[in-house]
Structures are given as C-alpha cells and as structure tokens.
Design a binder for this molecule. Structure first.
Ligand SMILES: Cc1cc2nc3c(=O)[nH]c(=O)nc-3n(C[C@H](O)[C@H](O)[C@H](O)COP(=O)(O)O)c2cc1C
Ligand SMILES: [Mn+2]
Length: 495
C-alpha cells in the first residue's frame, strides 16, 4: 500500500528499519550537520528531529527522506528491494504509462487544526534551519512546494523552489532562472499590476516532492502527476485566504502574495547548493508577504538541504531515466542502462555496441541533455553504470584518451555552476564544456579485445548462493544439512 501522507511514508521507512530519531538538535548548523554526516554513511538513514532547540516540542523536521535507492523506490510505489538499476528501469516503465490524475476537492484538512492570520502570523515559531555554515539565513523551504495558479490557463503549478525566512511574515522564493514555471506565472500577475497569490506547502508527501522536481510541460500540473504516482488523486482543500487548492494532508502551509519585484525585493542567500558550493553571493529575490499560516498538530517539515555530492535529494537518478527515454525516443537501440553519479554531474550510458559510431551517437544525445554535467561516459553492456568503480575500471582499461575523449563546447549549464567565472555570469554566459569519454572496446576490434578475467554476474551469484554464508556475506542463507547432498558413492562389494 502506498502511503497517504508524509506521516504514512515515515511509518513505512521506520518499518524498513531506516529511521533514526534525533532529539535536542540545534537548528543553527547542527541539524544540517547531522543530516550531512548521516547522508555520508553507507546506510544513509532518514532522520526525524524532535525537541529542536528554540521550538515547541512536537514541531519536527524530517530529512534524508528519499536519499537511498530503497527509499526513492518506496516513494514511487515500487518494490524497495529492487536493485538500483532495476528500480530505475521499473520507474521508466511506470512513468511511461502514467495518466495524469486530477485532484479531488475536500472540505476538511488536518492542516486547519492550527491557523493564524494577519498580525498573528509568526514564522519564527516554525522550523526553519540554518542548514550550512555560510547560509544567509534560515530556510523553511528546502523540500517545500510552491503553489501558483496560471492566470491564463487556470492550471496549478506546484514545484520546488527554495524559501528563505526573513522576518515574522516575509519569505523569499528563489527561481534559478526565468524559465521556471513559477517565475513565468508570477510575471504575468506583475505585468498586469497585481501581486501573485501563492502558497508554500511544507511537508508534502514524497510523491508530490518527486513531482515537484520533474520537468513537466507548461500547463501540466504537478498535482496530477503526483496523483498518478500514487495511483490515487491528491485531496485538496481551497486555501482559506488564496482559494488555491492545497494538499489536505500537508503539514505546514503558508498563504499570501508574491509581490512585484518592481516594488520590493530582499537579498536572498547565499545557500549551499547541490554542487557542494555557494556559487553566488546574496541576490535580490521576490518577496512573499505571508498572510496566513496553517499547520497540523505536531507538524513535520520535510527538509531536503542540498549537500556536497555524492549526497543527493534522490537515491535514484531520475534525470538519468529521462535521458534513457530520450535515447530510446531518438532511436538509439541496445541501451542497457543509464545512470548519474556526483549528484547528476556525471552521466553514464551502458550499451551493447552494434555498429561503428553507436557509442558516440548515444553520448552526444546524453551530453545534450545532461544539465550542468561536465562528464559523459559510455561503457559496454558488461559494465554496471550504477557502479562508479566498475565505470572507472572501464575508463582506465578500454579508453585510449588520445582517441576516445571529445570535448563539446558552449553547452548547457547554469548560474549555479561554480566553475563559470562571475564576469561571464554577469555577461549572461552560463554555458560550459562537456567531456565525452568512450570507455568502450574499440568497435573495429572489439571481438579481439582481451577477455575479462572477472566472473560474470551469473557466475558470481551462483557462488554467492552456494558459499555466501561461509564467507560472511550479509543476507546470505546458511547452508542447511537438509539440503540434498551429493549421492555417496556406493560401496563396492568386496569379492
Ligand atoms: C530539493 C530541491 C530544491 C530545489 N530548489 C530550487 C530552487 O531553489 N529554485 C529553482 O528554480 N529550482 C529548484 N529546484 C529544481 C526545480 O524544482 C525543478 O527543476 C522543477 O522541475 C521546476 O519546476 P517548473 O518547471 O514547474 O518550474 C529544486 C529541486 C529540488 C529537488
Ligand atoms: Mn511546472
């Protein structure tokens, strides 16, 4: 059964044994520090913080929600025991058949258990950690969803944009660039001389969190996509202040207006970004005047601070799934896997080479669609693209750099790229170059390439099944005596 809300998901994570409870942490750098250290351990547990310093007990923060392949699969309603690459494939298959499901309107919502309006709004009562040392302030929105209605089509956009708290009733909402649907919608209101009604949903369920990260076409609501992931429509309630449809099961909701930037801005950031850097200093940013706050009893903020790679918001590389689909749609056959490492900054395509130029064809398509990624690697089908050590083995043994590395210039990146100098960013240049490494056996003599000495995957699992317990492999079943044994040689009759 898929979870109903964030609480339901946390319960499922707990049942998997992947939840740790932390009491008494300080929201100034400690909560973020604990999250980062936990995310760097092999187990990478999800964390539920309570009794946070300076907040009422029961006001909680949940972090590392979907940071492992297992929990990313759980969030998508997939079998959490699938191997990562199989889980990504299952997601591709599910994603292709998803039909948008419109939300249904309800008249009751747990978030109405506590409401404050106007002068009674005080954001300082809510969790908003200072995640990283040099952050410019507390951020309530690191995994929060910003809701707006397009004034032309009437459709609802619901995407993740970071939200910094500036005082008791003002926050900023940061768009990475002007092509974000939120930025486009807000500008429409501002151009007609109005403020833009907006709501911030803190503590969405993970389906909405994932939908908020998806690149959906303009006009397609992330609400409908989240419903289709869950196989059940989202329940929404018309916001008492804005009338915007708000997820009834959400934890904490801010309602108000995003004010025209011609009237007011506040300096936002810096904020530790997913590249592991602060690429920009403080920048003027649109201000939301918060006019109402609603929250459930004992609310839970979903926190998803960006952290130094390989830590990432999602344990499965969702953008790799879209590149995989792009390759299939472009007619590139024999792709057996696509993966991203270093928090999306490195893309790996694994394929069965069928003709000369096949690997490069795949690499160029992957490079074109790899946002901010400087490195694209193509490997043969015997290499697991999700295993970085395996990939580097292919790079160091199958690629002759003088022949199999190419550079593509002036390609897709962004202002978040730490390696693009400020002068260039100021001049509007946010492109970079990408290296393509063909770590495949050269096509012309691939049949004569030295054979590998390693066990095949099938041979290795046969050994694991038989000897795994003896050599102490985790999860291996001990060999039982009842197992049928080789027939004893019959005694020969003596003459
Ligand atoms: C945890 C997290 C934080 C994000 N923060 C921002 C942000 O601050 N600003 C931004 O423009 N995009 C941010 N993004 C990326 C957007 O949410 C994502 O590209 C989304 O598809 C944009 O939706 P839109 O097409 O409706 O604008 C973030 C993504 C995640 C997963
Ligand atoms: Mn959108």
């Amino acid at each position: 059964m898929i979870y109903k809300d964030l609480r339901g998901f946390i319960k499922q994570v707990d049942e998997l044994g992947a939840l740790r409870r932390v009491n008494g942490a300080d929201p100034h750098f400690e909560l973020g520090g604990i999250t980062e250290v936990a995310a760097g351990t092999p187990e990478c547990p999800a964390l539920l913080f309570d009794r946070i310093k300076g907040l009422a007990p029961g006001f909680r923060v949940f972090t590392n929600a979907t940071t492992t392949p297992q929990r990313a699969a759980l969030a998508l309603g997939l079998d959490p025991s699938l191997k990562p690459l199989d889980a990504l494939k299952a997601w591709m298959a599910k994603r292709q058949t998803l039909k948008p499901l419109k939300p249904v309107t309800v008249t009751q919502a747990p978030f109405l258990e506590n409401s404050a309006r106007g002068r009674n709004v005080d954001l300082r009562k809510l969790p908003a950690p200072h995640w990283h040392r040099k952050d410019g302030g507390p951020f309530i929105g690191s995994g929060s969803i910003v809701i707006m209605r397009d004034p032309d089509g009437g459709w609802i956009n619901a995407s993740i944009y970071r939200v910094q708290v500036h005082n008791k009733n003002q926050v900023t909402i940061q768009f990475d660039h002007q092509g974000r649907h939120g930025a486009i919608i807000a500008k429409k209101y501002w151009d007609s001389g109005k403020a833009c009604p907006v709501a911030v949903v803190n503590g969405p369920d993970p389906a909405l969190f994932i939908a908020g990260f998806e690149y959906l076409p303009e006009g397609q609501s992330e609400y409908d996509f989240a419903g289709s992931i869950k196989g059940a429509p989202l329940e929404v309630l018309a916001g008492p202040l804005t009338g915007l449809p708000l997820p009834a099961q959400a934890e904490i909701i801010l309602e108000g207006e995003l004010l025209p930037t011609s009237k007011i801005t506040l300096d936002e950031g810096p904020f530790g970004e997913f590249t592991g850097y602060y690429a920009n200093a403080k920048r003027p940013c649109p201000v939301m005047q918060v006019q109402a706050v609603h929250h459930r009893d004992n609310p839970i903020l979903l926190g998803s601070p960006p952290m130094k790679p390989p830590r990432f918001h999602f344990g499965l590389p969702f953008r790799a799934a879209s590149i995989w689909s792009n390759l299939e749609m472009a007619g590139v056959t024999d792709v057996v896997g696509v993966w991203q490492h270093v928090a999306q900054l490195m893309t790996v395509v694994a394929l069965r080479q069928r003709y000369a130029g096949h690997a490069k064809r795949a690499a160029l398509i992957a490079a074109a669609n790899s946002y901010m990624g400087r490195l694209v690697v193509v490997v043969d089908d015997d290499v697991d693209p999700s295993n970085l050590a395996d990939v580097m083995w292919a790079v160091t043994t199958r690629c002759e750099p003088a022949e199999q590395i190419d550079i593509v210039r002036n390609a897709w990146s962004s202002a978040l790229d730490p390696r693009i100098p400020d002068e260039e960013k100021l001049a509007g240049i946010t492109s970079h170059s990408k290296a393509i490494i063909e770590a495949v056996r050269p096509f012309g003599w691939k049949e004569r390439f030295p054979p590998t000495s390693a066990l095949t995957a099938a041979e290795a699992s046969e050994i694991e099944a038989k000897w795994g317990a003896t050599i102490g492999m985790p999860g291996a079943k001990p060999r039982t005596k009842s197992r049928p044994q080789a027939a004893k040689p019959k005694r020969r009759k003596r003459h």
